[in-house]
Design a binder for this molecule. Structure first.
Ligand code: CP
Length: 333
């Protein structure tokens, strides 16, 4: 289909989502209908995951990453290039931008918004980042703010789940990490899953349970959410036997003497290769496993890569089309 015809076909889908000009800081900035609208749009954009559809010529996306990233930055950049737009990127703003000369983040966003039509930003301080967004005249997409949320990671993982099962409602998902306080992808994913009717189990150390502010929002949407604390590896693998998806948001390794103790705790959340292959053989059912990546040695059994349970690399491909859909829905056609 020629670009003009493609634009005419997609415009009503993009318009129906009703997100033009909006920023995305939390997954809760989107309604369920908007999320399903993005899924439908992403599905129709999948043929351009590896080529270009010239829908956004002359539009510019700025990528401002105050923390390291491979996937989020590169898949947004890929998405914008695939849509025919251009990208300007700052990967070391604390060193190479005027922030290094004490320019405030508020001023930086005021300025960058004069160049770019849309901004994707990752920042280590969610309070500072959320405040600065108000100074941007261009819409801002969060690429992960502090320990708070990482909404587009959840969006791509929800999309991957929807493409895998054809639904979200009724699925049983365990979000597991020794530390669910700092798990910003886990927070966004729990919101999305609960709102869309999945049954969510949050497995962590009790001392690092999901923050009350997140739990109270989950309760407010009548989400099916339960918590399981301090399981050992046997108990954790028993728990996941019943799941449709195990969601591993990862966790940062503490520095110094706490690192070894934390690695031992992390071992309790290891998804065993034997668990997923046994369920596959005995029940003919796949327990899908996804990790938001990057993963560290000891976080998962790498043999899962070669099983039908592996969903984490499938998600990488889906991330491009869902991010294309999000950019289109914000910039419009
Ligand atoms: N999943 C994720 O956010 O990965 P990056 O840190 O590489 O962007």
């Amino acid at each position: 289909m020629k670009t003009g015809a493609k634009m005419r076909a997609l415009k009503p889908v993009v318009d129906a989502i009703g997100f033009q000009g909006h920023s995305l800081l939390s997954i809760n900035d989107l309604t369920n209908d908007q999320i399903y609208g993005l899924f439908a749009l992403a599905r129709s954009l999948e043929p351009w995951n590896r080529s270009m559809v010239n829908l956004l010529p002359g539009r510019i996306m700025a990528a401002l990453f105050f923390q390291p990233s491979t996937r989020t930055r590169m898949s947004f950049e890929t998405a914008m290039h695939r849509l025919g737009g251009a990208v300007i990127t700052e990967t070391t703003p604390l060193i190479s931008s005027a922030v290094a000369k004490e320019e405030t983040l508020n001023d930086m966003l005021k300025v960058v918004a004069k160049y770019a039509n849309i901004i994707v930003m990752r920042h280590f301080d969610e309070v500072q980042a959320r405040e600065a967004v108000a100074y941007s005249e261009a819409p801002v997409i969060s690429g992960g703010f502090g320990h708070w949320e990482h909404p587009t990671q959840a969006l791509l993982d929800l999309y991957t789940l929807w493409r895998t099962y054809g639904r979200i409602e009724g699925l049983k998902v365990c979000i597991a990490s020794p530390d669910l306080i700092e798990a910003r992808t886990g927070h966004s994913m729990a919101y999305g899953l609960a709102r869309m009717g999945a049954k969510v189990v949050l497995a962590s150390q009790k001392s690092k349970r999901t923050p009350e502010s997140i739990l109270s929002t989950l309760r407010a949407v009548n989400g099916s959410v339960e918590e399981r604390f301090d399981l050992d590896q046997d108990g954790f693998n028993d728990l996941i036997t019943d799941m449709d998806l195990v969601y591993l948001p990862g966790s940062s390794l503490p520095k110094g003497p706490e690192a070894e103790a934390f690695k031992k705790v992390m071992d309790n959340y290891l998804v065993r290769y034997e668990t997923v292959t046994r369920v596959q053989q005995e029940q003919g059912r796949t327990i899908y496993v996804t990790h938001t990546l990057p993963r560290r040695p000891g976080e998962m059994d790498l043999r899962i890569d070669e099983t039908p349970s592996q969903l984490y690399f499938e998600a990488i491909a889906y991330s491009v089309s869902i991010r294309m859909a999000l950019i289109l829905s914000i910039l419009g056609l």
